[in-house]
Design a protein around this ligand. Structure first.
Ligand SMILES: Nc1ccn([C@@H]2O[C@H](COP(=O)(O)OP(=O)(O)OP(=O)(O)O)[C@@H](O)[C@H]2O)c(=O)n1
Ligand SMILES: C[C@](O)(CO)[C@H](O)COP(=O)(O)O
Length: 422
């Protein structure tokens, strides 16, 4: 009786249903993009989207479970574009915990389960297919792709003083491989091996770096296939250059992907209201300009409603919160900051989140200040602050409402941003 039979599953053909767990919950601390790594944009698409796009054409993979960053719904929202075949589940504090979250919701019908890193977003469909093909063999219950290593690899240990590392051993390079994903497993085997980790602490799970090692520790044999240079793991900022080249060569050799690569812009709105101050000495700042003939707008900051509305529109377009999120109590350096410095920082944060700014348009409603003569000046100041065109227009409200009575100003802003590769 084979191990496979013991686990109670019987392979019938290569056309067995398979689930794929795409682990995409990591924070990407080594990449340092300021957003979860799977959301980082390369050539107009997030890493998670690149990964899913390469898998969708494989009919044998009947469901793709994307394990998303816990407490962050943005990636799950982005995955809705793929329909029912792609489902999402929040991940855990470690990669292993995230795989377990995926396993908990994977279909019990699946004969095989592939586990794949979103960080290896450019692993070609051909690699997934070779893993699935290997699993179709009755004797193979676990299979991974791996590359030969080109460096000499040594095992280290602390020296007697504990201050330095010394070589413990240098294994023969010909016996070493650099392990990749997708890693493929008989579903029952993977579930049983992971069940052994039920009592592990978070710290213990953190030490588990892949699923093949879990399955091997459980006693199963793991087959090793030749890996793919395209399955590189985006880990450090330097890896994004290589990722950009892989995305470009995929587009060049795949006309349908070229059509799909249309970059969709995103818009956001923002509104801000400030009352005219009771203090006749209060300076009026609006749209980045000082209006010496007017009484200023009240507020903790300079009261620049135009700049504040523009910030919220930018944040909303990029889906990264609002003024309170970014200039709240945890950033005291921005307490009371000028409108121009806030909008400049908002633009920096939007770019850090993987977007370029198309333009920002703001209209304010108020009796004062008289704006038309200084419109070009305001546009120039605000455009320079964000590095993209800003246009501001003004209107009165025909004497109606608080704006018409000269008691306050309302600003309405719209921003357009579009994803770019880092
Ligand atoms: N808690 C975690 C940690 C990692 N991963 C996923 O596991 C894969 C490999 O992890 P890694 O490259 O280390 O990603 P991060 O943990 O995001 O990176 P870092 O260690 O630099 O923070 C990635 O696709 C990552 O999203 C996950 O789903 N859940
Ligand atoms: C699973 C993996 O990609 C195989 O090489 C790797 O172990 C993941 O490591 P990471 O530290 O979570 O990036």
């Amino acid at each position: 009786m084979t191990r496979h039979d013991k686990l109670g599953a019987v392979k019938q053909s290569e056309a067995q249903n398979s689930s794929l767990i795409l682990v995409a919950a990591g924070m990407g601390t080594r990449l340092g993009a300021g957003i979860p790594k799977a959301m980082v944009q390369v050539a107009g698409k997030s890493l998670a989207e690149h990964a899913v796009d390469r898998i969708l054409g494989i009919g044998q993979i009947t469901e793709i479970i994307v394990v998303t960053p816990p407490k962050d719904e943005r990636l799950a929202a982005a995955m809705a574009q793929y329909g029912e075949r792609v489902r999402t589940v929040p991940g855990g504090a470690s990669r292993a915990a995230s795989v377990r979250a995926g396993l908990a919701v994977a279909s019990s019908e699946a004969a095989n389960i592939l586990v794949h890193d979103a960080a290896r977003a450019f692993a070609p469909a051909e690699l997934h297919e070779r893993v699935l093909h290997a699993l179709a063999d009755e004797q193979c219950n676990a299979v991974i792709p791996a590359l030969d290593v080109t460096d000499t690899i040594c095992v280290v240990q602390p020296d007697a003083s504990g201050e330095h590392e010394i070589i413990k051993e240098t294994p023969a390079r010909s016996t070493l491989r650099a392990v990749q994903t997708p890693q493929g497993f008989d579903a029952a085997l993977l579930r049983a091996a992971h069940a052994r980790l039920d009592s592990c602490t978070e710290a213990e799970l953190e030490l588990v770096t892949d699923d093949a090692s879990i399955v091997r520790a459980f006693g199963a044999e793991v087959q090793v296939l030749p890996g793919s240079q395209q399955a590189l793991k985006v880990t450090y900022p330097e890896d994004l250059d290589a990722a950009g080249k892989l995305a470009a060569s995929h587009l060049a050799s795949n006309p349908s992907a070229k059509e799909e690569a249309m970059i969709l812009p995103r818009v956001g709105n923002g509104i801000d209201v400030h009352a005219v101050s009771d203090d006749p000495a209060r300076e009026m700042w609006l749209a980045g300009l000082h209006f010496p003939d007017d009484i200023g707008l009240s507020g903790h900051s300079d009261g620049d409603a135009v700049a504040h509305a523009a910030c919220d529109a930018l944040f909303s377009a990029a889906g990264i919160g609002d003024l309170g999120t970014h200039f709240g109590v945890d950033r005291p350096e921005f307490a009371g900051a000028s409108g121009v410095s806030l909008i400049a920082e908002a633009a920096r944060l939007v770019r850090e989140a993987g977007f370029e700014i198309g333009n920002v348009s703001v209209q304010f409603v108020g009796r004062r200040p008289r704006f038309a003569a200084r419109r070009e000046e305001a546009n120039a100041v605000l455009s320079a602050a964000i590095g993209a065109p800003v246009s501001v227009i003004a209107t009165t409200s025909d004497g109606l409402g608080y704006e018409g009575e000269g008691k306050g100003v309302t600003a309405y802003a719209t921003a357009l941003v579009y994803p770019v590769s880092h």
